[in-house]
Design a protein around this ligand. Structure first.
Ligand code: PAN
Ligand code: ZN
Length: 192
């Protein structure tokens, strides 16, 4: 880099869909076939097209995963939809390094950030364009789209947070976000 040089940023956000664009952006997607065991109603799940897109993530990971002190940035888009009466949602995870926090913020659409502590107490925060959510350490987090259009949210987390998906795969969250009387409602999960 030249002293006193003025540069264009190497990455930016597309203002139409808030996708990340530029150098080194990683894209991933989760379809129905990738989310087996996450939703409660297996019959409703099996009736859906396995190729149906549920959510996709773009991320900028400027340092090696595990590096202390770095930051990662991502945008997640969850499609509207339900499996039975349960809203389309992300897989959800604890951070592998439990004491690492994260920011989420709402960009487009309506949703719910579902949070669970290590004692399996679960609660949720409403997400909307401009909502800001600090996810504290040792809190599992997942997001559901409760609206009729794609839900887009941003995330920023530390590069040595890591992801523990196994805990959620095995035990799930202690509550599920379902539509009841046309409204999102948290109810206790049946034990897995
Ligand atoms: C987010 C999530 C993203 C997808 O970037 O990874 O929204 O959710 P799942 O990872 O649970 O499938 C984040 O929380 N990073 O730490
Ligand atoms: Zn996270």
């Amino acid at each position: 880099m030249l002293h006193n040089s003025i540069l264009e940023p190497s990455q930016s956000l597309n203002k139409e869909n808030w996708y990340l664009q530029g150098e080194g952006i990683i894209h991933s997607e989760k379809r129905i076939k990738n989310l087996k065991g996450i939703f409660d109603n297996d019959d409703a799940f099996n009736k859906l097209d396995p190729e149906m897109l549920v959510y996709n993530v773009q991320a900028h990971l400027p340092v090696k995963e595990g590096t202390p002190g770095g930051l990662f940035f991502g945008t997640t888009t969850i499609q509207p939809g339900k499996v039975g009466n349960e809203y389309f949602m992300t897989h959800g995870h604890f951070h592998a390094n439990g004491d690492r926090g994260e920011y989420y913020w709402g960009v487009q659409g309506e949703g719910m950030l579902i949070l669970m502590d290590v004692n399996r107490m679960t609660w949720a925060e409403r997400m909307f364009p401009g909502s800001l959510h600090y996810i504290n350490s040792n809190i599992a987090h997942r997001v559901a789209n409760t609206g009729t259009s794609p839900l887009i949210f941003g995330a920023c987390w530390v590069s040595d947070a890591g992801h523990d998906y196994e805990e959620i795969e095995q035990h799930g969250f202690s509550s599920r976000l379902i539509e009841q009387n046309k409204k999102p409602c948290l109810i206790d999960s049946k034990s897995k």
